[in-house]
Every structure is written in structure tokens, then in C-alpha cells.
Design a protein around this ligand. Structure first.
Ligand code: BDR
Ligand code: CA
Length: 330
């Protein structure tokens, strides 16, 4: 992205290792103005998510507002966080943490999103990479939100690629399918960066090591520790990931789509989320717009732009060159 003016972004997140990668990519990328970080339950509890967002920004010496959002799914019962993927602390079980002094903003994440959208109408891009309860709550607080935000980009869902928590469901959508369906039917400019593309990009641990060697900084050392834990999980699950010793890029791809949309191939269509039953969490896409299906719920749903292919080498190059740049101060 070579933006002529800074792009205002709110990052809705559940850090989470790939969330941390995404955050540092966004902080490192020139032209990105991080208006705030809104946190949600997901990879960890919302309290831990906020703690991690505060920690990651503090050690990178960035002063960014951090809020705490929804603690549980909207309708379905919550589940235990996946400590075997991200660690019990969400950052690969860090052996210790430096003392930091930044504190959480007392507003709810939904209120913060609404406040910022009202203060900067048409300017803010909302990048959401966790379960979507904060977005659903913000829509309920301010029904005009869809016109107040510039666009929404989510990491979540899948169309053709198998799910990662069920045969058909991706984790963020599975974790709050009712909120997700509200987000897909809200009528804002919405782009979905799902498993169809995030499973095409494997971030090697060696790349994060190279970035840590370049900076010799607590922020990149912390990222390296977390990514090793995450890569152990993915390498244990997928032989082709083990060959590289890496992990899927998931959340970072949402920001790479924002900065480098030319790397992605998209398809547009209506998406609804299965909220109950065996397909719970599935993002169902109508890819045959020429047929007028008779069932209720499809005709009036707005289109979502869905990333179907990504140039993986290009995405990794953009990630590397951004994080190798001079974004950290001593
Ligand atoms: C998504 O689920 C979480 O575990 C990751 O942080 C990412 O947002 C991938 O399915
Ligand atoms: Ca996430």
C-alpha cells in the first residue's frame, strides 16, 4: 500500500499468535494509522486478549487505545480457549513479561467502534480477526454503522477449503455464528479473508527468526517465541506445514489484503452462516447468482467479497519487507 494519506484502522482481535503477527505487520506498515484495538474472547478470554494487546503495543513502544469487548458468544454457550494452539496466555506461554504501564480504555469494544466511526465518518476500516461479537454489538448500538465505516475486512470463514474446527466451519465463525450472520447481512462493504486463502500461505519460523535477528528487540523476540509454539501445533497437524516448519498466516492475511489487494483473486456473492445443527459455523456462499433460489434469506442478503486465491510468495515478501523495515525504536 502506498497510501497518499494514512488509512485509519480499528483492529478487532483475540491475540492469539497470528493476531500478534497481524498487529505487528500493521504497526510496521507505513500508511496505517491504528486508531484502536478492540478485543474479544476467542483464542483466550477477553481479559487475556486485552492484556496481550496492551503488552504487544507497550513493548513495541506504541501508544494505542485498547478496549475489552464481548466475553462469550451471543447465543451459544462458550467453549474453553484453545490453549494447545496459542498457549494458555495466547502468546505461546511466555516465560516472563516485562512490566508495562498502559491500561485498558474503559469503554466497551462496541462503544469504541461506534464512537470512532461517528468521529471519523467514512474513514475507518475495521479489520476483524476474531469471533464477531463486537461487530454485532456495535451494529446494535448504532444501526447506521454500515455507512459510518469505510469498509470491513474479516479473517474468518471458508467457502471451498475444509473447515478447521469442523468439516465445514472456520474457528472465528464457529465461535459466534449468530454474530457472524449479522455481520454478513449488515450491508456494509465487507471482504472475507478466509481459509481459502489463509491455508495457501505458510509463514516459516525461519522468517520470524530472520526478523528477530534483524531487530534484536523484545517485540520481535516475543513474536518469535509465540510463533514457535504456534508452528509446533500446525506442524504436528499438517505434514506439508511440518516440511517448512511454519504456521498458517491467517490473521496477517486480512491486513495484507488491505495493503496489497492486487495479490488476491476475489469472488462476490451472498454469504449466510449456519447458526445451528451439524453445519454450525459454515459460511455458505451463493456462487450461482443467475439462479433465483426459492428459500428465504438469500434474495435480500448483500454481497460479500470473498478472497479465493492469493499469490502466496508475494504475500510473504510483503510481510518480510515490512517487518524487516525500521519500525521499532530501542
Ligand atoms: C482464526 O482462528 C484463530 O485461532 C486465529 O487467530 C484466526 O483468527 C483461524 O481460523
Ligand atoms: Ca484471531
Amino acid at each position: 500500500m502506498s497510501l497518499s494519506s494514512p488509512r485509519k484502522v480499528i483492529f478487532d482481535t483475540d491475540p492469539g499468535v497470528d493476531d500478534a503477527m497481524a498487529l505487528y505487520y500493521a504497526l510496521a506498515r507505513p500508511g496505517m494509522e491504528m486508531v484502536g484495538i478492540t478485543t474479544t474472547f476467542g483464542n483466550v478470554s477477553v481479559e487475556q486478549a486485552a492484556t496481550n494487546a496492551l503488552y504487544l503495543t507497550a513493548i513495541a513502544k506504541r501508544n494505542v487505545a485498547v478496549t475489552q469487548g464481548v466475553k462469550t458468544p451471543w447465543v451459544k454457550p462458550g467453549e474453553a480457549p484453545p490453549d494447545f494452539i496459542h498457549g494458555a496466555d495466547g502468546l505461546g506461554n511466555l516465560p516472563s513479561r516485562q512490566a508495562t504501564t498502559n491500561r485498558v480504555d474503559p469503554r466497551s469494544s462496541a462503544q469504541f467502534i461506534v464512537d470512532m466511526a461517528r468521529a471519523h465518518p467514512g474513514e475507518i476500516t475495521l479489520v476483524a480477526v476474531g469471533p464477531l461479537g463486537n461487530l454485532a454489538a456495535a451494529l446494535m448500538l448504532e444501526p447506521a454503522l454500515k455507512t459510518l465505516l469505510r469498509e470491513v475486512i474479516i479473517m474468518g470463514g471458508t467457502v471451498l477449503e475444509p473447515g478447521n474446527v469442523s468439516p465445514v466451519a472456520e474457528a472465528n465463525i464457529w465461535n459466534d455464528p449468530h454474530a457472524a450472520d449479522k455481520v454478513f447481512t449488515a450491508g456494509w462493504k465487507l471482504t472475507m479473508v478466509g481459509l481459502d486463502v489463509t491455508h495457501q500461505v505458510i509463514v516459516p519460523v525461519a522468517l520470524i527468526q530472520k526478523i528477530a535477528d534483524q531487530h534484536r528487540h523484545i517485540a520481535t523476540d516475543t513474536l518469535l517465541h509465540a510463533v514457535k509454539f504456534y508452528a509446533d501445533f500446525y506442524s504436528g497437524l499438517y505434514p506439508h506445514v511440518a516440511k517448512i516448519y511454519g504456521c498458517f498466516g491467517h490473521d496477517v492475511l486480512a491486513f495484507i489484503y488491505l495493503t496489497n489487494p492486487e495479490l488476491f483473486t476475489l469472488q462476490s456473492g451472498r454469504i449466510r452462516v449456519a447458526t445451528e445443527g451439524i453445519a454450525q459455523g459454515q459460511t455458505m456462499m451463493n456462487r450461482r447468482d443467475s439462479i433465483s433460489y426459492p428459500q428465504a434469506g438469500w434474495g435480500d442478503a448483500p454481497d460479500t467479497h470473498v478472497c479465493m486465491q492469493v499469490q502466496a510468495d508475494g504475500a510473504l515478501q510483503v510481510f518480510e519487507s515490512t517487518l524487516m523495515g525500521p519500525w521499532l525504536s530501542a
